[in-house]
Design a protein around this ligand. Structure first.
Ligand code: FAD
Length: 678
């Protein structure tokens, strides 16, 4: 009999959708031996998810490709609520502007999932030769529990097989046949960006039926709503599985909605001359509610109710009978008296999703589940892809650092603690939010109240939905002593929350940069020294004393650089970043202690290590308000450790080096006792 080849890898990732690619990114950056398989023959090109929220965009910035999203995507910071009045005219009832618009350089954007997959794949290629193995499906799974606690062992055995699917198969059925995607005008090269052309046909040389056994130390299942991995580890999905049936269409609309509003609010009145078909809008009248989402390349996505839950549960309705024309007519009814039609439709689908969640995302600290594999909900909140990518981003660096042997495996369980809670919040939000899209028969006065209720829900959940707050609790990775606030020296730097973004000036050359880009996702922890105002002699003394600690360590501890094992291309797992608050012109780069500036014998001083929170005459976004928003005294400063994913791990005074070392000792492998935690 034919012998099946056996190979070993540290990390096996099943599924290369948004969650799987984020996870793969970390393997590439941290130089971890990994395999990524996906049963689809190609990446996604059209359709699927499209909404990007603030935190996801910050993550993209830290990965280095946010500028590509900015170039191609559509910014949407305002939502318009339209309702019908007593005479059955549609009027714009209210406008909501995203609060996050003022909190971050990155605002809500819309761009198809296929382009994001492109950007992440390109970034992975920049750092490693890790490639997604396509047309490759995971088939069987064995798990040896006896090996669970030995982190050098390979408890996971997966048999994979190459499968055949036509690359340009225009109608795709998911595993249980419950969803179907359509690309009615055909998927041809003209619809794609040139940089996607190479991926248009399946990888060369893949013959169906080839099997291989992969033994892995860790398995990350990012294999979508019908997750194969989840079933192998017997983790159920809990919750309801039925919802109304919705149509989604990506079209280039021909519509006169709407050139001059008969609005009730003063703010809305000022918006003369806009075309609402190109603005994020929720339109409710007696015929139902639709969601209008403007997109790249003149496209607009519409979410359209097709049938009510009663009809679905009574078994009177067969989803496969829904046609594109039925969806078109439904939009025409709801937008009436405005006109609506289209000639070009890129993609459409009919779906039915319930709110479901897995009770845990982890099995034995060796198998992890991320994204749709463990939570599904209606896409109308625009959060499916965001949450999935953030899951992958969260588990990816933890597994990468543990697999590389530089972090203690105890950090792995923080994935479930941090992400499960957020998934529950997501389902809660979705229950509140999507319920409002489903009541199809409303009296005019009810329509108006509904718009107001939706506006309030959107406001209530905004911080959560944008990812402005993460609510990560205390753990070895999150040192919390002050409840929900930051310590007195940095009231708004809260352990377990993201580092709030600010634009800074580089001390050496005066160039400006957002912290979201400065804190690059390269696998390192970052010691951020908020050095305060070093023109003050006492403060300068404190900074110099910290510099001596970084140079030589102290009685209790070796210097950080020598204390922990490094990973990837770096000499140290801790990167030192200084942000001072003296006026930019009043101090100099060389005023700072040498250990804060770093020196490389080949490339000289690291000029990107010292930054200044001061205003800049030629860039108004760089306004010297960083210390203020962080709640840090401009003279006295503070110090913090930011995790590889830009969440705050520890915060303290500049002299709290012993506490900081204790925090890091809690989960990093010391250079001289590297086998301690194994
Ligand atoms: P997925 O993107 O589903 O990726 C899972 C991957 O795993 C797939 O590529 C699959 O081929 C692979 N896989 C599965 N099983 C195996 C196996 N045994 N072996 C190897 N590979 C396997 N979200 C929105 O926000 N808005 C929308 O409009 C929207 N529309 C959608 C329409 C459809 C038809 C679908 C299916 C999803 C839609 N979503 C939408 C959801 C959104 O796409 C998901 O939330 C997001 O893609 C989740 O990412 P993920 O990586 O967790 O899973």
């Amino acid at each position: 009999e034919h012998k099946i080849p056996v190979s070993k890898t540290d990390v096996l990732i099943v599924g290369a959708g948004p969650a799987g690619l984020m996870t793969a990114y970390w393997m590439a950056r941290c130089g971890v031996r990994a395999r990524v398989i996906d049963k689809r023959p190609t990446k996604v090109f059209l359709g699927k998810a499209d909404g990007l929220r603030m935190r996801t965009l910050e993550i993209f910035d830290s990965m280095g490709f946010q500028h590509r999203v900015m170039q191609e995507g559509h910014v949407a910071v305002e939502a318009n609520f339209w309702v019908s009045d007593k005479k059955n005219n549609l009027v714009r009832e209210a406008i909501m502007t995203s609060k996050a618009a003022n909190k971050s350089p990155h605002h809500s954007m819309l761009l198809t999932q296929g382009r994001l997959e492109r950007f992440i794949l390109d970034t992975i290629r920049q750092y490693s030769d890790l490639e997604v193995e396509r047309s490759t499906s995971a088939e069987t799974f064995e798990y040896d529990e006896a090996l669970e606690d030995d982190h050098n062992a390979y408890p996971i055995t997966v048999k994979v097989q190459t499968v055949s699917t036509e690359a340009d198969d225009l109608t795709e059925k998911t595993t249980n046949g419950s969803e179907a995607e359509h690309m009615p005008s055909g998927l041809d090269k003209s619809k794609l960006s040139p940089d996607d052309w190479n991926d248009f046909s399946p990888q060369d040389g893949i013959l169906p039926g080839k099997t291989e056994i992969i033994k892995a130390r860790y398995l990350i299942g990012c294999d979508g709503a019908h997750s194969w991995t989840r079933k192998q580890v017997n983790i159920p999905m809990e919750g309801s599985s039925t919802d109304h049936i919705w149509g989604v269409i990506d079209v280039v609309p021909i519509s006169n909605f709407r050139s001059y509003p008969e609005s009730r609010t003063i703010q809305a009145m000022t918006d003369k001359g806009v075309a609402d078909i190109r603005r994020l809008s929720i339109v409710t009248n007696t015929a139902g509610t639709i969601l209008v989402i403007p997109r790249e390349r003149r496209l607009v996505r519409l979410y359209v109710p097709v049938q009510t839950i009663e009809a679905v549960t009574s078994g009177r309705f067969d989803r496969s009978t829904v046609t594109l024309d039925m969806i078109r007519m439904s939009v025409q009814n709801i937008l009436c008296p405005y006109t609506f039609d289209f000639e070009i439709c890129d993609w459409w689908t009919v779906y039915q999703v319930g709110q479901r969640i897995a009770p845990t995302f982890i099995k034995g600290n060796r198998v992890f589940l991320a994204g749709d594999a463990v939570h599904t909900h209606s896409p109308k909140a625009g959060l499916g892809m965001n949450m999935s990518m953030q899951d992958g981003f969260n588990i990816g660096w933890k597994v990468a650092l543990v697999a590389a042997g530089v972090a203690n495996p105890l950090i792995l369980s923080t994935y479930n603690d941090e992400r499960h809670r957020l998934a529950e919040m997501l389902l809660d939000f979705d229950r509140h939010w999507s319920g409002h899209f489903t009541n199809n028969t409303l009296a005019p006065e009810e329509a108006s109240t509904k718009a107001e209720k939706m506006r309030r829900i959107a406001e209530l959940f905004e911080d959560f939905a944008d990812g402005a707050r993460s609510f990560y609790g205390a753990s070895p990775l999150v040192w919390k002593t002050e409840g929900e606030a930051g310590p007195p020296c940095a009231l708004s730097l809260i352990p377990g929350e993201r580092f709030p973004a600010a634009k800074l000036r580089k001390q050496a050359d005066g160039n400006v940069q957002w912290t979201t880009r400065l804190m690059e996702s390269d696998g390192r922890f970052r010691l951020v020294i908020l050095a305060g105002d070093i023109r003050d002699p006492t403060q300068r003394g404190r900074v110099e004393s910290l510099g001596r600690f970084l140079q030589d360590g102290n009685k209790a501890s070796a210097k950080l650089e020598d204390r922990y094992l490094p990973t990837g291309p770096f000499d140290s797992l801790i990167d030192v970043l200084t942000i001072h608050s003296s006026p930019w012109r009043s101090v100099e780069y060389f005023d700072f202690p040498e250990s804060l500036r770093s020196f490389d014998p080949r490339t000289g001083w690291v000029y990107d290590s010292i930054w200044c929170d001061d205003s800049c005459s030629w860039d108004r976004e760089c306004d010297g308000t960083g210390y203020g928003q962080w709640g840090v005294d401009r003279v006295h400063g503070a110090m913090l450790i930011v995790r590889p994913d830009q969440y705050i791990g520890w915060v303290g005074e500049l002299d709290a080096v012993d506490e900081m070392t204790r925090y890091l000792d809690g989960f990093l492998m010391a250079k001289n006792e590297s086998n301690n935690c194994r």
